[in-house]
Design a protein around this ligand. Structure first.
Ligand code: MN
Length: 263
């Protein structure tokens, strides 16, 4: 099995080295990751300049490449140069990717890019530090990562999956994405030159719902959420179709050429 490993924290993150080590127990591993941190880059692609890459030699025994692009770019370059990739693993992110965070996550975007190419994609995240502020012990996490991969590789129906690890897991559970509205406050401040600057901060304004990724993590459980690429609100769509019927386009040949992404 060919396993492409990427992340959004950058090629030098200890999380990606830990993931590549565990992944190599399941197949051939190649690492293709951003040369600098791209956290919160979400699913951005580099469209206005060319991409380049270089060999990275700091992971013994693992072929690794660093790319001057986004997490999604890394997957595109990775599968361009390495045919027949079976699965993309993204992470282990230094920081959880739960609930609304999935909208911003570059870690998830790399996995999403894999599913857009028809492969499987799994995003893996853990806290960025211990509660005491110490570095994460990836060796201690490794058996849990291995158990999750074993579970997910045994059944290929889940094409896009988001996994979060507490640092001392009490078990593993299937979850759905938490959706909580947030206050989205912009906090003003002054820089050392006296100029105004602003921080976009978010604080949730609702409780955690049972069965969600956040709820599982609050109980010390590894959360595995199967995701879908289709963002359509299906119950909402059928309600609108019924209550506000609009025109019905003909089923025959299209009359317009439309690009999905004209950016
Ligand atoms: Mn990150």
């Amino acid at each position: 099995m060919r396993i492409l490993v990427a992340n959004d924290d950058g090629i030098h993150s200890p999380g990606i080295a830990a993931l590549a080590r565990v992944a190599s127990r399941f197949g051939d591993v190649r690492v293709v990751a951003p040369d600098v941190e791209q956290s919160s880059a979400s699913h951005a692609i580099t469209a206005s300049r060319p991409l380049t890459y270089r060999r990275a030699s700091h992971m013994p025994g693992i072929e690794a490449w660093r790319v001057n692009g986004t997490p999604a770019d890394c997957i595109a370059l990775g599968v361009h140069h390495w045919k027949d990739v079976d699965i993309v693993l993204s992470g282990i992110n230094q920081g959880l990717n739960l609930g609304n965070g999935l909208w911003h996550s570059g870690t998830l975007a790399a996995a999403k890019q894999a599913t857009l190419f028809g492969m499987r994609g799994i995003a893996l995240s853990a806290p960025s530090a211990t509660a005491a502020g110490e570095d994460v012990d990836y060796e201690a996490l490794a058996p849990h990562v291995e158990r999750v991969l074993k579970t997910l590789l045994a059944d290929d129906t889940a094409r896009l999956v988001n996994v979060n690890f507490p640092l001392a897991p009490r078990g593993i559970t299937w979850t759905r994405q938490a959706v909580r509205h947030y206050d989205g406050r912009v906090v003003p401040g002054k820089d050392p030159m006296g100029r105004n600057h602003f921080w976009f901060t978010v604080a949730p304004i609702e409780q955690t719902e049972p069965g969600t990724d956040l709820w599982a993590m609050e109980r010390g459980y590894i959360s595995i959420t199967p995701l879908s690429l289709d963002l359509t609100d299906l119950p909402g769509l059928s309600r609108l179709v019924n209550e506000h019927p609009l025109d019905a386009p003909p089923v025959e040949e299209p009359t317009e050429a439309v690009e999905e992404d004209e950016s």
